[in-house]
Ligand binder design. Structure first.
Ligand code: ADP
Ligand code: MG
Length: 317
């Protein structure tokens, strides 16, 4: 199959808000007046970000979903994506499944695939996402203010436990196995939440590398610190019946791949945020406050400070 046929068969679809899509030297888009373009890219490399034998459909979904998540974290509305892909071989079954997963995610979030590049090489997937946000209204990492509440959506740690299972580090079964593997392979970017937080949140980030690491980016960019209450951090579905308390805490604080949003907002927005939670049917938990000192402190239910480094939160720092 020629490269042209391959692209046409697997990556050319009808678009809904694009002037010129796949097939020319460049795509053409119009950005609405009063909007600015939010642009981000994320690359997935076989052996590093996913297993070589990963399910192609889920890989297609995830490679777009993690990019859309960056739009959510900016309060931007995702609209266009490009896909650059290196393939070791042309495997039609694999491509069919990959593009099915990719377009399932694109359809779910109304994103047009408008172009890309296809080449031979070690399996690598590089997606660029573009979205719109009203000029000056993007939610940045640098906006956290002292005394802001710190919030997180959904729950944290499921994806990390799914990964630990696949690496043979813990054993899971039944519903908990299903749910943690689903969290790892099929994350749901929190786009509606990001849009609802415009004008409410002072800062936001998506949790891709672990809560402490990602909140750390907000603190660094905002030149602030944080105090977190461990008991309020929404944890994995798993219980201590299947793994130790330490691994559960570790997964919630340092586990990556959850793609929930962590954001900060003034205390007087508390009720409004709970209303958003209800409208979106998405749990939102207030887990701490932004502080003036630049330290990050996590307190347990007795008010004792956890020694974050000693407990092996490897992503932290
Ligand atoms: P060029 O030689 O000008 O770089 P290509 O032959 O690489 O063009 O690509 C032809 C068209 O197909 C372009 O519009 C490009 O954006 C699109 N395209 C190539 N690969 C992909 C892909 N994996 N997904 C989506 N569009 C693609
Ligand atoms: Mg090219």
């Amino acid at each position: 199959m020629s490269e042209f046929d391959l692209i046409h068969q697997h990556f050319k679809r009808k678009t809904s808000h694009t002037n010129l899509s796949v097939g020319d030297d460049a795509a053409l888009i119009s950005v609405a007046p009063n909007m600015e373009l939010a642009i981000s890219a994320d690359m997935l490399v076989a052996g590093t970000h996913f297993f070589h034998n990963a399910d192609a459909y889920k890989l297609g979904w995830k490679s777009l979903a993690v990019n859309i998540s960056d739009m959510a974290a900016m309060g931007a509305n995702p609209k266009w994506a490009t896909l650059a892909i290196a393939l070791t071989e042309v495997n039609v079954n694999w491509l069919t499944e990959f593009s099915r997963g990719f377009f399932a995610c694109a359809d779910a979030f109304n994103v047009d695939l408008i172009g890309g590049d296809t080449t031979r090489g070690p399996l690598t997937i590089s997606v660029q996402i573009m979205g719109e946000v009203p000029i000056g209204h993007a939610i940045k990492r640098s906006g956290a203010k002292i005394d802001d509440d710190i919030w997180v959506s959904g729950k944290l740690g499921d994806a990390a436990l799914g990964l630990a299972y696949l690496q043979g580090k813990i054993s899971l079964e039944g519903d908990t196995l299903q749910a943690s593997i689903h969290a790892l392979h099929s994350p749901t970017p929190r786009v509606a939440l990001g849009l609802a937080l415009r004008g409410i949140a002072n800062s936001a980030i998506d949790v891709s590398d672990g809560l402490l690491a990602d909140l750390g980016h907000i603190l660094e960019r905002s030149n602030t610190g944080a105090i977190l209450q461990l008991a309020t951090i929404p944890r994995t579905i798993l219980t201590e019946a299947v793994c130790t308390k330490e691994s559960l805490i570790n997964a919630a604080l340092a586990g990556g791949d959850d793609y929930e949003l962590c954001f900060t907002a003034p205390t007087n927005k508390h009720a409004e945020i709970l209303k958003i939670s209800e409208q979106l049917a998405l749990p939102l938990s207030c887990i701490g406050q932004i502080t003036e000192s630049t330290a990050m402190i996590v307190q347990d239910e007795y008010g004792k400070t956890l020694d974050i480094k000693k407990t092996g939160f490897d992503h932290f720092g």
